[in-house]
Design a protein around this ligand. Structure first.
Ligand SMILES: [Zn+2]
Length: 722
């Protein structure tokens, strides 16, 4: 599941931003939590039976927002002496229960449907349980229908099973620790489309102008991954290696299909090759639905996405990467989450950490190592300051909600896999992933299964790594300084771990690359640090011009490195890797009243070779917040990439707030000017370069950049999805 795309695209290190991210997480989690009738269970329940097949037939009363259903469970018992079979069941009234085609008694209590057996069963006995029911689900199944505010909107019905909500529209075993094949039979108005799991077997005419759609998922999956979407959707069909690849959007959003989904087939190729296991299902459908409860959900072979996250063709050029992070996250889940599924919510990082990691892998593949390095850097700087997340291990039973610590299971989980890849090396790491997928194919797993697969395939015992990063909490907070001894040509690096060692947080033992640049060039020293404080000496050939601790940011950490402004400037200008230059930009943003610093940030904001460093330099200038800094930001407003210009305009908003005068009523033309810089093409003003900067400056003064941003967002809505 992807809770909110917003979380993946926040800038970092600034307190208000952190608060906004936390608020976004809290809201997303609260929304899901509020919808759930009960807490998610941290332990998998013991099972009485194994579900083999679930055959569901559904009809709908749109006026009453009611589902009318029949389900037949084929199951085999796992113990002797069972007198009844229990199913999770909420919001539903059951009218009949039959076991092996004979009516039987049943009772419904505390969200459990108990179906009585005629006589005690033996382990291994097979049963067919047929239930007829109806109800108005409060969660799990959603009716999106026209109303007086929006009489023309498309009619839609869609489901969301994760975490434990499938039983609000099907009486069913509703926990991940079992897998079943399934059939979804939907009777809907004749002009609707439906999407469900697996393969479409048939569409047949039914009474009253209706049609009955039959879908079959022929490989077993956990029941939270069962789904359907039905309604007034538009479809685009394609194929990949002879399986259907389809895209669906609500009527009216057809223009978003190509600009949102265009990389899907390349991703199917990429992940099939990278994970070493071909995409395993009979189709890949992606459906955008209105008012979805998350950004995306990896229902097996049939991902559901939020229509809010569709990208309009006119806006695609304005974004760094369309909807790729969402699309690649959910697609990664088709392997990590769906083919191999966490056994319980305690191990949900095996789903979400991998999906986060997979999205970053795609980013690296498609947009380059700079882009993925920058993304890890931002995720690190969002995660490290969190007082709520830091003391909690990734694997914890102490949860009421499967994504209670979303920042741990998603972002930190992705980071941990990133570190593991770095430490094992690509060849061993991806061999281990392939083995993990093959050994646990169509199984449910706990973290120990991943550890075992890595050891089996590479010989490496990763117990210490998992103990500190998965079962332990936190991450190292380093305070680092160095001295140079000219006589002995020696750099002494003093390294402290300043995180409070308590609870699940310990001292970390991590490999780091120390890179020392002298007049003769750079030398990299791999070292391991493990102590509360240690000093490491390095023989060098002259005075150090630049010292990097953990070059390239390979370890999840915070780093307080004492350096002079000149050293930071050199790092901003000359460090090879994006995280090191971004660190320098951030550090320089703390230095006020220094013309050389402001000029260096301005230079980086205009011309660093990677846009993310330009963004960080702009943000740093916003924090410097001097007339000089403002000049530098203005000079960067003509940046090539719209997503850099947007940060520049945002920073202008800071300056405006800080005391630039507003002269009377805002001018419409000025609004349009700034908005046009990062809004649909066609509105781009026809002025020359110099005049554009000048006009932008005037516009920012007169209307306040904040207002322009609001306007631009309004425009986005007009051009983008409803
Ligand atoms: Zn996910």
């Amino acid at each position: 599941m992807n809770l909110s795309r917003k979380r993946l695209h926040q800038p970092s290190k600034l307190a208000p931003v952190r608060a906004a991210i936390l608020a976004a997480i809290v809201l997303a989690v609260a929304a899901i939590f509020a919808a759930a009738a009960r807490a998610d269970r941290p332990y998998a329940p013991s099972r009485d039976y194994h579900l083999q097949n679930v055959r569901v037939s559904l009809r709908f009363d749109l006026d009453q927002r009611k589902v009318i259903g029949e389900v037949t469970h084929t199951l085999s018992t796992l113990r002797d002496g069972l007198t009844h079979l229990d199913f999770d069941c909420a919001d539903l009234t059951v009218s009949s229960a039959r076991v092996n085609a004979k009516d039987t008694t049943f009772e419904l209590r505390d969200d459990k449907l108990r179906v009585n057996l005629a006589q005690p069963a033996k382990a291994g006995e097979k049963f067919e349980v047929n239930l007829r029911y109806e109800g108005k689900p409060t969660t799990g199944l959603y009716f999106i229908l026209p109303d007086k505010d929006d009489p023309g909107r498309p009619k839609e019905i869609w489901t969301q099973g994760e975490a434990e909500d499938t039983h609000h529209y099907i009486p069913i075993y509703d926990y991940p620790n079992d897998r079943t094949t399934s059939e979804m039979i939907l009777t809907v108005p004749g002009d609707w489309l439906t999407v469900s799991n697996g393969k479409l077997l048939s569409v047949q005419d039914a009474a009253g102008g209706m049609k009955t759609w039959t879908w079959r998922q022929s490989l077993p999956a956990s029941t939270y991954l069962i789904s359907f979407v039905a309604g007034e959707y538009k479809e685009k069909k394609d194929t990949w290696r002879n399986i259907p690849v389809t895209y669906y959007v609500p009527r009216g959003l057809e223009d978003t299909i190509d600009s949102t989904f265009s990389h899907t087939k390349q991703m199917l190729d990429f992940f099939s090759e990278r994970f070493g296991v071909a995409y395993p299902w009979e189709q890949y459908a992606q459906t955008a639905v209105d008012e979805f409860v998350a950004a995306g959900m990896e229902n097996v072979s049939a991902t559901t996405l939020s229509a809010r996250d569709m990208v309009h063709a006119d806006l695609a050029a304005e974004r760094a990467e369309a909807a790729d992070s969402l699309i690649s996250h959910e697609l990664t889940h088709q392997w990590f989450g769906d083919l191999v599924t966490c056994k319980d919510w305690t191990n949900t990082w095996l789903n979400e950490g991998f999906a986060t990691f997979g999205a970053n892998l795609w980013e690296e593949h498609q947009y380059g190592a700079d882009a993925s390095g920058y993304r890890y850097w931002r995720e690190q700087n969002n995660w490290m300051p969190s007082k709520e997340l830091f003391p909690i291990p990734i694997v914890t039973r102490d949860i009421n909600d499967s994504v209670e610590y979303a920042g741990n299971v998603y972002d930190k989980g992705g980071w941990v896999l990133h570190m593991l890849r770095e430490q094992l090396g690509d060849e061993a790491f991806f061999r281990a992933l392939k083995h993990y997928l093959e050994a646990n194919r169509l199984q449910n797993v706990v973290t120990a299964d991943l550890v075992k697969a890595i050891e089996e395939s590479t010989g490496t015992n990763v117990d210490p790594f998992f103990d500190q990063w998965i079962y332990g909490a936190g991450a190292p907070r380093f305070a680092v300084k160095f001295t140079y001894e000219a006589a002995g040509k020696k750099v002494s690096l003093n390294v402290k771990q300043t995180q409070k060692v308590e609870g699940h947080v310990g001292l970390f033992r991590v490999p780091v690359d120390v890179a020392i640049t002298t007049a003769r060039g750079e030398k990299v020293f791999p070292v391991e640090v493990s102590k509360a404080e240690e000093t490491i000496a390095f023989a060098v050939d002259g005075p150090p011009l630049m010292v990097l601790f953990d070059k390239g940011d390979k370890i999840l950490k915070s780093l307080d490195f004492q350096k002079s402004p000149e050293e930071w400037i050199r790092q901003l200008q000359t460090a090879q890797e994006v995280p090191d230059r971004a660190d320098a930009a951030f550090a320089l943003g703390n230095i006020k009243d220094n013309d050389a610093v402001t000029a260096a940030l301005g230079e980086a904001a205009r011309s660093d070779r990677f846009w993310g460093v330009r963004n960080e330099a702009l943000r740093a200038l916003g924090r410097v917040n001097s007339p000089n800094a403002r000049k530098q930001v203005l000079a960067a407003l003509s940046n090539e990439q719209p997503w850099v210009r947007q940060v520049a305009v945002e920073q202008m908003g800071n300056f405006t707030r800080q005391g630039l005068r507003h002269n009377g009523a805002p001018r419409k033309g000025a609004f349009h000017f700034i908005a046009g810089r990062y809004s649909p093409p066609g509105f781009a003003p026809r002025h020359g370069h110099g005049r554009r900067q000048r006009s932008c400056s005037i516009a920012a003064r007169m209307v306040g950049a904040r207002k322009a941003i609001v306007l631009a967002q309004c425009r986005d809505q007009r051009f983008g999805p409803r």
